[in-house]
Write a protein of this length. Structure first.
Length: 113
């Protein structure tokens, strides 16, 4: 049974090179799913490059986006998206930041200021 190795593809050129190298040279040793975590802040050209790499090199890429949870004690989850429906206006990033701020923010009045 092969070990599992998750490849997080950033969408950059060196990440594309490393992903392709791993998939080409380490298939016998590892099962390697490839994931791209879309923040919604990437440039369209980056998303197009990611899509082209996936098709050309057969990455079998899984696109994911964070799903923020504002409830205390609940973590962030993810949803699977695609090139066609991936967020492009920063929604996953901004929602995540808001959820983090809502968990850690303590108003100044709580400190007697």
């Amino acid at each position: 049974m092969r070990k599992r190795l998750l490849i997080s593809f950033s969408g950059g050129r060196t990440s594309a090179f490393m992903t392709h190298w791993l998939l080409t040279n380490m298939q016998d040793e590892f099962e390697m799913p490839v994931v791209f975590a879309n923040t919604g802040k990437e440039r369209e050209e980056t998303l197009e490059f990611i899509q082209q790499c996936d098709k050309h090199f057969d990455f079998n890429l899984v696109w994911i986006e964070s799903v923020a949870n504002y409830q205390k004690g609940k973590g962030v989850s993810a949803r699977v998206v695609s090139f066609e429906n991936a967020s492009r206006n920063g929604e996953p990033f901004e929602s995540f930041i808001k959820s983090m701020v809502s968990r850690i923010w303590v108003p100044l009045s709580a400190h007697g200021n």
